[in-house]
Design a protein around this ligand. Structure first.
Ligand code: MD3
Ligand code: FE
Length: 214
């Protein structure tokens, strides 16, 4: 996609850090198609709560699709080939998600991005995601692509140490965020979602993160 296409149904591309790019509204016209491919995935692998290795509940229910899925339990944070809830392989990663991820990555300057997993996060009003790094993927030179659907969120973009200052970045329905390179291991989180009702998604936010885990 070229810049002028982006402007037709999204806002201006915003560079938030050297290798972090916000593509406002990039998937707005493909939301229905995205929801169509997510429905069967979530039927086969429903959202579920996970706990940290220390035994604390994680506030954001998750699911996955792809050859691997991210999980957390007493044994740690990791990727598995099977859904621990059903024992079945994770549902296949829909081609549409792979395509959108590659397109967004390219628009952010990362060529040939081939996602093999999608982590699906479910937020209700009041849900937050505390500051963390994403370190379970094998190759940190690969970018991550995040798609936001539903209620708006304020995303916290930190530095390479937990105590560094954070930028607050609003993320809205249809926005896509891509980060990689030297930003890949930045600390990040999500402030508590404000109460509200999204006209298409209701009182929830769904975030898709497309990754190459292996
Ligand atoms: C990281 N999800 O699943 S994605 C996660 O909105 C996760 O559900 C959040 O963090 C969510 O691990 C945030 C967005 C994001 C954006 C830019 C980043 C994460 C980033 C820049 C650097 C590092
Ligand atoms: Fe993360």
């Amino acid at each position: 996609m070229i810049q002028s296409d982006l402007d037709l149904f999204g806002g201006q591309t915003q560079r938030l850090a050297s290798h972090t790019v916000l593509l406002p509204g990039l998937v707005l016209e493909r939301v229905e198609s995205l929801l169509d491919v997510l429905r069967p995935v979530l039927r086969a692998a429903p959202f579920r709560h996970m706990s940290t290795p220390g035994g604390q509940a994680i506030g954001v229910p998750v699911s996955n699709c792809g050859t691997l899925g991210w999980i957390s339990d007493a044994r740690g944070y990791r990727y598995t080939e099977h859904d621990p809830l059903t024992g079945a392989p994770w549902p296949a990663l829909p081609a549409l998600l792979v395509e959108v991820a590659a397109q967004a990555a390219l628009a952010a300057g990362f060529e040939h991005f081939l996602a093999d997993t999608c982590l699906i996060n479910h937020y209700l009003p009041g849900t937050r995601l505390s500051l963390h790094q994403d370190r379970n993927e094998r190759d940190f030179s690969q970018p991550i692509v995040s798609i936001s659907l539903g209620l708006p969120a304020v995303f916290l973009l930190g530095g390479h140490a937990r105590n560094e200052a954070t930028q607050r970045v609003p993320l809205n329905h249809g926005d896509v965020l891509v980060w990689g390179g030297e930003d890949r291991l930045r600390f990040h989180g999500v402030l508590p979602i404000k109460p509200g009702e999204h006209p298409r998604m209701g009182a929830r936010r769904i975030n898709l993160t497309l990754r190459k885990a292996r």
